[in-house]
Design a protein around this ligand. Sequence first.
Ligand code: ISJ
Length: 175
Amino acid sequence: MSDNALSLLRAIEWLPASSPLLSAALLDWLLEEDSMTKRFERHCRQVTVEPRREGFVTAEAIAAELPFLPQEPRYWLREVILFGDGAPWLVGRTVVPESTLTGPEMKLSQLGSCPLGRYLFSSSTLTRDFIDPGIVAAQWGRRSRLRLSGKPLLLTELFLPASPLYQSLSGEPRD
Ligand SMILES: C=C(O[C@@H]1C=C(C(=O)O)C=C[C@H]1O)C(=O)O
C-alpha cells in the first residue's frame, strides 16, 4: 500500500482555490493551519509515524518540489505514513533544502518516528507561505511551503481513504 500511496502522492493534480470541487467541509481540512498530527489525535487514541524514506537526495529526486525551493546541491527527503490507531491515514513527503538544516533545524534530519508536526509547531519561528489543495484517484492532498526562521521546506500530504477527512465529507459530524 505505501509504495502505491507514495507514487499517488507524486501524481496529485493541484486545484485553484476557486475549484467547485472544494467544499467548505473539505477546505476545513485541507487549509488546516495548525498541526495535522494534532487534528488527527482528536479522532483516535494514538497517531504513529512510520518513516519509509529519509536521506539526502539531489535535485533530480525532487523535481516536483524544485520550483518552490532554492536550487541547492542536496535536499533532505522524508517520506512517511501516518497511522491513526494503526490505520493508514496519510502519506507525507517533506523536502528540506540543506541550507535549512542549520541551528535547531538540524533536528529535521533526525526525526525518525517523531511526527514532523511536533517539531514544526513547537517552533516560535514557524510561518506558512501557502497551501495548495489537490486531488488524485479520488483522494485529497495538499502542498505547503513552510518556513522556520525564514528557511523553507516543502510538505506534500495525501489523505488516505481511512482518514477522518472523508468521514466529515459524508455528512458525519464535522471535526
Ligand atoms: C506537518 C505535520 O506533520 C505531519 C507529520 C509528518 C511527518 O512526520 O513527516 C508529515 C506530515 C504531517 O501530516 C503536522 O502535524 O501538521
